[in-house]
Design a protein. Structure first.
Length: 147
């Protein structure tokens, strides 16, 4: 099932992330996705989001999130947060995520997040810059070409 994903980020569930049921509290999954997308841009695409935002070239904000919980993660689980760009629109990107436990292929969570390209200087949406689009398309070429 992870064959469509070219990038993942690994992290360990910490004590502060579990709730009274001894499972990861649901809001932390959004943090996991946020960490993974940041690493996707930095490690996978080789784009420094901090510099791009400081220069007013590119940033993004969440417009919509859908998360489907399949099975809980627990304290000390090592998780793989898989992410890919499923679609690039004019001013938005749809990213798909899947979280698996180390050594397993069944997802604990499946998510879709729509991000809007954002100019931090003007505080308005903007088209996805061509250099970002090209970098994503190059990285995701096998997956995007199937769609």
């Amino acid at each position: 099932m992870t064959g469509d994903f070219r990038f993942s980020h690994r992290l360990k569930v910490r004590y502060s992330e579990i709730d009274g049921q001894n499972i990861v509290f649901n809001a932390h999954y959004l943090t996991y996705l946020d960490v993974a997308v940041s690493e996707f841009f930095l490690e996978g695409l080789k784009l420094d989001l901090v510099k791009l935002a400081e220069n007013g070239e590119f940033d993004f904000v969440i417009a919509k999130t859908i998360m489907e919980y399949k099975s809980p993660a627990r304290l000390n689980d090592w998780l793989n947060i898989w992410c890919r760009v499923g679609r690039i629109g004019n001013a938005s990107m749809t990213m798909n995520f899947m979280i698996t436990r180390d050594g397993e292929i069944d997802p604990l969570l499946i998510a879709e997040v729509i991000y809007v390209s954002y100019n931090p200087h003007t505080k308005t949406s903007q088209p996805v810059p061509e250099f970002v689009r090209e970098r994503i398309e190059q990285f995701e070429k096998d997956v995007l070409s199937e769609k």
